[in-house]
Design a protein around this ligand. Structure first.
Ligand SMILES: [Zn+2]
Length: 434
């Protein structure tokens, strides 16, 4: 099998160390000057080594919207971003709400994936919020689904949410809720506040998110189950999650890179001009106060992890007027750079913290045993090499994703993923797909 010697990488930002990958695992770390005989050598002088990143929230769009993304292109984008595993959201066409569809996505991942693809199962049939999907059958399937989500839609019916939380306990699953009270967000376009008022766009109130999170924390506690909160976007949500955790309840949460960096003012003033629907996303970009609270919550662990909510859309669905445009942004290829900008450059997280929030914790929440392990002898050979010293403008045309809807065009961001290794084999070398 492949043997690769990584020379002089700073594991989690520490002192330079060699890393020997052999037979799919980390065979040895330390000063391995004597071990240079076999295989390939990768010079990692000045590079940081992180455990391969894990995304809990990726839209790969296949089956059904292969014009936006496929398992192949989406996982290429993931590998380029330093990811070795992604959770594929269930809002495909057909919806991933049966053992058959999750196994189809899982097989596509096995065949075409540039990283591991772990399907997420829908909570309700057809994401319709009327009856539970075949949760047990998806858990027992070859895809071994453990994360269930109607993402894109909220499981707004409290009784269905309670039943889902009760059901997944049988196999150690988790319900990942897209918290959006539907009646409070009818026609909503942008965070409800000063900017939405000035732009004349229908407001999307913070309470629509916070009310569902509060209810679901109470439900999870009531039935003794595990809740994961998707893409937390408001300071109030952070307070509720902090309170739930202080009670000892089994609640985890994620934040997206874009909610850590951008605000609703982008819709008014940005390098790309006002009313640019590139900034239209669900949940919406919020205020600078919310961004501050989200960063602090990620730093202190109230928010467990960063998840991209990579949401590719073809040009015609985004380059239209604000009200008609699709919601969502791509994010896999820029996530680590945005986290460096928002969290590392600000002194809120060190590289060990980044590894914890972008690899270890998401792997644990998603029950991915082969990912998120420290880079030490015996661990799976999942490693990302990252150069934090460069700064470069974001170039959508250079991305591997099939879609181009990145909100960072026109911005200069730090860092570059130089190499990604999946079970000891490179998926990216010198910044290029292998
Ligand atoms: Zn969502």
């Amino acid at each position: 099998m492949t043997t690769i010697l990584i020379r002089g990488a700073r594991i989690l930002g520490g002192a330079p160390s060699d890393i020997l990958l052999r037979d799919g695992v980390v065979a040895e770390t330390g000063d391995l000057a004597g071990a240079a005989k076999a295989g390939q050598t990768v010079d990692a002088d000045g590079l940081i080594a992180l455990p391969g990143l894990v995304d809990l929230h990726t839209h790969l769009r296949e089956p059904g919207r292969e014009d936006a993304e496929t398992v192949e292109t989406g996982t290429q984008a993931a590998a380029r971003g330093g990811y070795t595993a992604v959770h594929a959201m269930a809002n495909t066409s057909p919806v991933a709400d049966t053992a058959g569809v999750v196994e189809q996505v899982w097989r596509l991942g096995q065949e075409f994936g540039h990283c591991d693809v772990q399907p997420v199962g829908a909570v309700t049939s057809g994401l319709e919020g009327r009856q539970l999907a075949e949760l047990g059958a998806m858990a027992d399937s070859a895809a071994r689904v453990r994360v269930f989500s109607d993402d894109g839609k909220c499981v707004s019916d409290a009784v269905l949410m309670r039943r889902a939380l009760e059901y997944v306990k049988a196999f150690g699953g988790v319900v990942a809720q897209h918290a959006q009270e539907p009646r409070l967000t009818e026609g909503a376009q942008l965070n409800e506040g000063e900017v939405s008022a000035r732009l004349g766009l229908t407001g999307w109130p913070a309470v629509a998110e916070e009310a569902i999170i509060a209810r679901d924390c109470l439900l999870a506690a009531h039935v003794g189950s595990r809740l994961h909160v998707c893409h937390v976007s408001t300071a109030g949500s952070v307070e509720i999650i902090r309170w739930a955790k202080s009670k000892g309840w089994d609640v985890t949460a994620e934040v997206t890179p874009h909610h850590l960096l951008l605000t609703d003012s982008c819709a008014e003033r940005s390098p790309l001009g006002p009313y640019n629907p590139i900034y239209k996303v669900n949940p919406p970009l919020r205020t600078a106060d919310d961004v501050r609270a989200l960063r602090e919550a990620l730093a202190d662990g109230t928010i467990d992890c960063v998840a991209t909510d990579h949401a590719p859309h073809p040009v015609e669905d985004k380059e239209t007027e604000w009200g008609a445009a699709a919601m969502g942004m791509i994010g896999l290829e820029t996530a680590l750079s945005v986290v460096q900008e928002a969290m590392v450059e600000t002194g809120l997280l060190d590289w060990a913290g980044v590894a914890d929030r972008m690899s270890a914790r998401p792997a644990r929440i998603g029950r991915l045993a082969g990912h998120g392990r420290p880079i030490e002898a015996g661990a799976p050979g999942n490693v990302t090499l990252y150069d934090p010293s460069v700064r470069q403008p974001v170039d959508p045309s250079a991305m591997a994703s099939k879609s181009r809807n990145t909100p960072y065009e026109g911005l200069t961001l730090p860092g570059r993923v130089v190499a990604t290794f999946l079970r000891g084999r490179p998926t990216v070398l010198e910044g290029k797909l292998v």
